[in-house]
Ligand binder design. Structure first.
Ligand code: HEC
Ligand code: HEC
Length: 283
């Protein structure tokens, strides 16, 4: 038998056998004793269904410990740590918030390299589990962020619509414009409205500006989002646009992205990760 050659198996087996033998011997001894032993001592005289009670005094050590615990309990509640004055959780939260404050003041005005480094760190920890280390969305597990912030993405949104972020205006319907018009609007948004760079189709910017009226109804003619009713397209392609996504969360067709507006990321960390995500787009 192979498993008997294994020392650990053998030891376990011997241990198990020892436990069985000890149990049988000890239980047997007590059962025998129960049959023959007669107890002694003074009875209290009380009887409950034929069962009587001994008049044994409380052991001194037990009484002292009992009274001691009561005294300590009173002290703890009234003087030591009265309710609401101290908790480990509160202390932890306080330390975290102090740390966050120091963190925020230390990085109040980070340069681009710092933002990118910080953004990459945050991304790998907080976003990569769903969006993948390269941001490609891991075969549709979450959104492919490598096209995020591009003109193509705008075209895609106009053709397919958008929902799930819980803006007051609700869903953006699909197919408001055809592909050619959407391409023109995208050119206008990138080059003139958000001013994040030169469009791939600079010749379409003028036409796009006229077509933008369709979008302005909800997103505001200035692209500022109508006081929070819809995303601010003037921030399109900037870190702020992603910060807005993070603050809203997204109910996606393939699962939900949580909201990041509960303090789990500081403002500067959100800006950093937004900067980093925008850098993933290789267009
Ligand atoms: C009926 C109102 C409405 C109109 C008109 C509208 N949008 Fe939107 N748009 C929204 C809302 C609401 C959202 C946010 C939806 C969500 O993701 O929850 C949105 C989201 C977007 C987004 C961000 C999508 C994302 O992935 O986060 C882009 C880009 C966009 N719209 C572009 C446009 C363009 C370009 C037009 C014009 C062709 C347009 N929208 C017209 C309401 C509108
Ligand atoms: C729990 C998984 C999960 C995590 C963690 C997560 N996301 Fe998402 N994210 C999603 C899903 C799911 C979608 C929506 C996919 C869809 O249906 O389009 C999404 C969508 C997005 C979008 C596009 C939103 C839009 O309007 O289309 C952006 C931008 C984004 N995530 C950025 C991030 C960043 C930055 C982080 C890290 C701070 C992050 N996500 C963390 C799952 C996640």
């Amino acid at each position: 038998m192979n498993w008997l050659n294994d020392n650990v198996n053998l030891l376990t087996l011997i241990g198990a056998a020892a436990i069985v033998i000890l149990t049988v011997v000890i239980v047997g001894k007590y059962i025998k004793q129960m049959k023959t032993d007669k107890s002694t001592g003074e009875l209290s005289g009380n009887k409950w269904d034929g069962i009587e009670e001994y008049k044994n005094p409380l052991p001194m050590g037990w009484s002292l410990a009992f009274i001691g615990v009561i005294v300590w309990g009173l002290w703890y509640w009234l003087a030591g740590y009265p309710l609401g004055t101290f908790s480990q959780l509160g202390q932890y939260n306080e330390e975290v918030s102090n740390y966050t404050k120091r963190f925020e003041s230390k990085w109040a005005n980070p340069d681009k390299d710092t933002l990118m480094g910080m953004g990459e760190g945050v991304f790998l920890v907080k976003c990569a589990p769903c969006h993948g280390i390269t941001g490609d969305g891991m075969n549709g597990k979450a959104r492919d962020l490598t096209t995020w912030g591009t003109e193509d993405h705008i075209v895609d949104v106009v053709l397919k619509g958008s929902s799930g972020q819980g803006y007051p205006l609700g869903q953006m319907p699909a197919g408001m414009l055809d592909k050619a018009s959407a391409t023109a609007v995208a050119a206008y948004i990138v080059q003139d409205l958000a001013k994040t760079g030169k469009s791939k189709h600079p010749e379409l910017v003028e036409q796009g500006k006229a077509l933008y009226a369709t979008c302005g109804a909800c997103h505001g003619n200035d692209g500022k989002g109508n006081g929070g009713s819809a995303p601010a397209l003037a921030d399109y392609g900037k870190a702020q646009f992603i910060v807005d996504v993070l603050n809203h969360g997204k109910k996606g067709s393939i699962g939900n992205m949580l909201k990041f507006n509960d303090g789990r990321l500081t403002d500067i960390q959100k800006t950093a990760v937004g900067t980093y995500v925008n850098s993933l787009n290789k267009e």
